[in-house]
Design a protein around this ligand. Structure first.
Ligand SMILES: [Zn+2]
Length: 260
């Protein structure tokens, strides 16, 4: 095991030295490794699998892994309190609920079960925790059920697992939405390695960027337009530039957080 805060170049050296066969890490860290390796055309020939946990895995990271290292990513949905919640189907990119160990409910704002395809709150009850059972524990994530899986496993299917409630953007009228800033497309505007959006007030967002070559005035304008168009709500956007954007105290990387 290697500390998650180890610089990317040292991680790559370590993986090569270990002749690692597989890698388990956070999606944000995997993406940083893949970008590093793509730039330097590093292949890590012994590595044949990547598994991710703890953060939402964006499809762009799966695609990047196939492109750079030639294999896909197996994602695991878990939490500290109950362990594994759902594991990626070996044949598909959705997840099978680990129903032998816990019950997963997806509930709407009124506490009613959501039909497959409708996003709701993830509520867990674990079945083997006799010391401190968690009954209908609202973990703060959003997800949706999918239809039965063609692989033959009868376990319920989860698809579209979304991040935490704390990642909600508050609009001027007080309502809250899950923001979509169009982050995967930032790289179409400029060489942007990492970003984090922070809501500073009801009107103002700070967009922190790691962009080694900076942004020209035109690129800044294009990025601002892209974010506002994607978001669909008027905000003042202020960019700030950083060498690195640190992880939160628990070691996870958050691409959005609100300070209000
Ligand atoms: Zn399946």
């Amino acid at each position: 095991m290697l500390d998650i805060s180890t610089p990317v170049d040292k991680q790559v050296e370590w993986l090569a030295r270990q002749q690692a066969a597989y890698l388990i890490t956070y999606p944000s860290n995997l993406e940083a490794l893949l970008l590093w390796c793509r730039e330097r055309q590093i292949r890590l020939p012994t590595l044949s699998r990547a598994q991710t946990l703890s953060e939402v895995l964006h499809p762009r990271v799966r695609a990047l892994c196939r492109e750079v290292w030639g294999f896909g990513v197996d994602d695991m949905y878990s939490c500290q309190e109950t362990g594994y919640i759902a594991l990626q189907c070996p044949d598909h990119e959705h997840y099978h609920v680990q129903s032998e160990n816990l019950m997963v409910e997806i509930l709407d704002a009124e506490g009613q079960p959501c039909a497959p395809g409708k996003m709701g709150r993830v509520v867990l009850s674990d079945l083997h925790n006799f010391a401190m059972p968690l009954i209908r524990y609202d973990i703060g994530d959003f997800a949706e059920f999918g239809g039965p899986c063609g692989c033959g496993r009868g376990l319920p299917v989860l698809r579209n697992i979304m991040g935490r409630v704390r990642g909600m953007l508050t609009l001027a009228d007080g309502s809250r939405i899950r923001p979509d800033f169009g982050g995967p497309h930032f790289r179409e505007v400029a060489d942007i390695r990492q970003y984090q959006v922070i809501q500073k007030s009801l009107e103002r967002l700070e967009v922190k960027l790691v962009a080694p070559h900076g942004l020209s005035a035109g690129e800044e304008r294009a990025l601002r337009q892209m974010i506002l168009a994607q978001l669909g709500h008027p905000f003042e956007i202020e960019f700030s530039f950083h060498d690195d954007i640190p992880r939160s105290a628990g070691g996870k990387f958050e691409d959005f957080r609100s300070e209000i």
